[in-house]
Design a protein around this ligand. Structure first.
Ligand SMILES: C[S@@+](CC[C@H](N)C(=O)[O-])C[C@H]1O[C@@H](n2cnc3c(N)ncnc32)[C@H](O)[C@@H]1O
Length: 263
């Protein structure tokens, strides 16, 4: 059994995967973007990445989402190439581009991208975008082949207590997607000794009200309408009200896996 095999098992058994791809829903994307803002994301992660870039650099952001990295990096570097399969995520990213003309969007999964089309970049970033990829080894090799110098993989460390709690309550035991240690060890098995740094990052949730929270989790957990009252009671019990909004405050950790290619 290899780490890549273990990774595959975790992806296929992940509770999140069973619920389908939430990033194809415009409502979910708006909610997701709000969570980033509330948590001050990418914060320290962006500082770490940015320290290796200058105005002549080019960056490839794989699974760029709503542009948490792509937008601020485009203000700093020569060019940012975005690979993102969700049209809804891309639309949100596009709405933030304003007068930035150096972001190029590719609406595809990284697996399907033609490497000649994206070219070689000073830095490759994949932030929280690998959790649904089954064949991790092939993907990592492709990322390394597109990197001139730096590879950054940003991933969660451990599971969210809230997710474990709500899944256990309404579905079954929560099975998280693979955490950073699997990606790190797959790289290790490929002969790549990367650096890893763990940083403290909040992973709190915010909702405009109980109605939004109930709607969000009904869709996420694919619950029948008979469960709505039970879900409402659960969320009322876990979420705290502040200034007219509902919050679940949770601290987390994030791993920054970093590899610098030797020239
Ligand atoms: C959790 S979001 C992270 C977005 C952004 N990188 C960030 O840090 O906010 C994961 C993103 O990865 C994208 N994604 C999922 N599978 C992908 C794949 N095979 N290739 C490229 N992107 C993918 C999703 O569409 C989604 O936008």
């Amino acid at each position: 059994m290899t780490w890549a095999d273990e990774w595959r098992k975790l992806v296929l058994g992940s509770s999140l995967r069973k619920g389908g791809d939430p990033f194809t829903s415009r409502e979910f994307v708006e909610w997701y973007d709000r969570q980033l803002e509330h948590n001050g994301y990418p914060g320290i992660l962006l500082d770490k990445v940015r320290s290796h870039l200058n105005k002549g650099s080019t960056v490839l952001d794989i699974g760029a989402g709503t542009g948490a990295f792509a937008i601020p990096l485009a203000q700093l570097v020569k060019e940012v190439m975005v690979v993102e399969p969700s049209p809804q995520m891309l639309a949100r990213l596009g709405s933030k581009m304003n007068n930035l003309t150096n972001i190029h969007l590719i609406n595809q999964r990284w697996e399907d991208v033609n490497i000649e089309e994206v070219g070689i970049h000073d830095m490759i970033i994949a932030a929280h975008s690998l959790y649904d990829i089954i064949d991790i080894e092939t993907i990592l090799k492709k990322m390394i082949s597109a990197a001139k110098k730096h590879l950054y993989i940003i991933m969660g460390v451990g599971r969210s207590d809230f997710y474990a709690d709500i899944w256990q309550h309404f579905k079954e035991e929560y099975h998280p997607p693979p955490s950073f240690i699997y990606a790190y060890n797959v790289l290790y098995e490929m002969g790549i000794l990367a650096d890893v740094e763990i940083v403290q990052t909040p992973r709190s949730q915010v909702y405009s009200g109980i109605g939004q929270a109930v709607k969000h989790w009904t869709a996420r957990l694919d619950l029948p309408s008979e469960k709505e009252d039970q879900l409402r009671a659960f969320l009322r019990n876990r979420l705290k009200e502040r200034e007219g909004l509902l919050y679940f405050e949770e601290k987390g950790q994030t791993a920054i896996i970093r590899y610098e290619k030797k020239c």
